[in-house]
Write a protein that binds this ligand. Structure first.
Ligand SMILES: Cc1ncc(COP(=O)(O)O)c(C=O)c1O
Length: 376
């Protein structure tokens, strides 16, 4: 909700057929057949009449572990999106007085869950090159109360990815200090190369996975957590979804993961072309820039601070006047959120073309009424 009472999500959902949805890193490029055929078959068989296997379909869990290259005897929790697993693990592993090394910007819902468990996120400011955590800065931030390190790789909202040696160094620091390492890999498939933290600190690494973005199944709400069986068992004690995750979501996830190798390259090719389209539009708009290019995920933060335009105002005009839904940065960073909007691009090129045509004009419309540009 903006200060004048405009609710962008209420507006966007009410106009969902007319707008292009570039605000939530959702993926609109996955061929629908595998998931819809699997759902149709489950509907025909009335599978919704019974409860699913509480622990999740065994074949789905095996596929997730195989997809990640984790040991076949790992634990794998299936939850209502990665979000539910994030909530569970915060509750299970953190308590009052504990601190979690995190970043700003970050995916702040995780910080909220940390706070709900009584612990405190300790964000390292990363809105400057290399726009991600470094092992040195993580090491320097560790104190007597540190219990966990949050490594989101690739990072929402900046799109930064972690080089293999940095993942290894951060994981080894966590290991040396007996810290939990929360490795959120929601955007892994979009990156050129990706390194899991697990092999470097298997005892305490929590790998949070999701099929919302890679498989384009955000609306079905399914994801989970992989790790050593004793770790997933400890976290699973806090599972409120005791009777299992929606069966339609599970069969769709299974079908998409099974077929992913046949279509994901095309998703990657389109997202890379879309990145170039957005970059050209940003470069043609004075006062704006992309902190991270290329993005290793499916989103960019677009810095607009030198225009003096508030991100919420740009979000509103793009949505109402151009039918393009991007997200103001304030929900992703307490300190830097006033400097950027976030735009995701796992969309058909026609959506991204609409953004590219609208963005420079929207900035120009608002520039006339903008306040003094903020210092960078
Ligand atoms: C870094 C990160 N982790 C987790 C999630 C949640 O994903 P899910 O839809 O699986 O709950 C998101 C969603 O945007 C995210 O950006």
């Amino acid at each position: 909700m903006t200060s004048d009472g405009f609710d962008p999500f209420a507006y966007a959902h009410a106009h969902r057929r007319e707008i292009v949805w570039m605000s939530q890193n959702t993926n609109h490029l996955v061929p629908p057949e595998p998931a819809t055929n699997a759902i149709r078959q489950a509907l025909d068989e009335h599978r919704y009449e019974g409860y699913p296997m509480a622990a999740g379909l065994p074949e789905l869990k095996s596929l997730v572990l195989a997809d990640l290259g984790l040991p076949t005897d790992s634990g794998c929790l299936v939850s209502a999106g990665g979000t539910e697993a994030l909530y569970m693990l915060a509750r299970a592993l953190l308590g009052p007085g504990d601190e979690v090394i995190a970043s700003d910007p970050s995916y702040l819902i995780i910080h909220k869950f940390i706070e709900l468990s009584g612990a405190r996120p300790v964000p390292i400011e990363i809105y400057a090159p290399p726009y991600r955590l470094t092992a040195d800065r993580v090491q320097a931030a560790i104190g007597p109360k540190t219990k966990m390190v949050l490594l989101i790789d690739p990072l929402n909202p900046l799109g930064s990815g972690y080089p293999a040696e940095e993942v290894r160094a951060i994981a080894e620091i966590a290991k040396d200090h007996h810290l939990w390492l929360l490795n959120d890999i929601t955007y892994r498939d979009f990156s050129d190369t990706h390194t899991l933290a697990y092999p470097y600190h298997p005892e305490q690494t929590l790998t949070v996975w999701s099929v919302s973005k890679n498989c384009g199944l955000a609306g079905l709400r399914i994801g989970g957590l992989a790790g050593r069986p004793e770790v997933t068992k400890t976290v699973g004690k806090y599972n409120t979804n005791d009777l299992g995750v929606n069966i339609l979501a599970q069969v769709a996830a299974l079908a998409d993961l099974k077929s992913k190798a046949t279509w994901f390259d095309a998703v990657r090719t389109t997202t890379r072309a879309n990145q170039a389209t957005i970059r050209a539009a940003v470069e043609a708009t004075p006062g704006t820039f992309l902190p991270v290019y290329p993005s290793q995920a499916n989103m960019f933060a677009i810095d607009i601070s030198a225009t003096g335009i508030a991100p919420e105002r740009l979000q509103e005009t793009l949505l109402r006047d151009d039918g393009v839904f991007v997200r103001a940065g304030n929900y992703l960073s307490p300190k830097f959120g006033g400097r950027f909007v976030r735009a995701s691009f796992s969309n058909p090129p026609s959506d991204v073309a609409r953004f590219a045509a609208a963005f420079p004009k929207a900035v120009d419309r608002l520039r006339a009424t903008a306040v003094t540009p903020r210092a960078a």
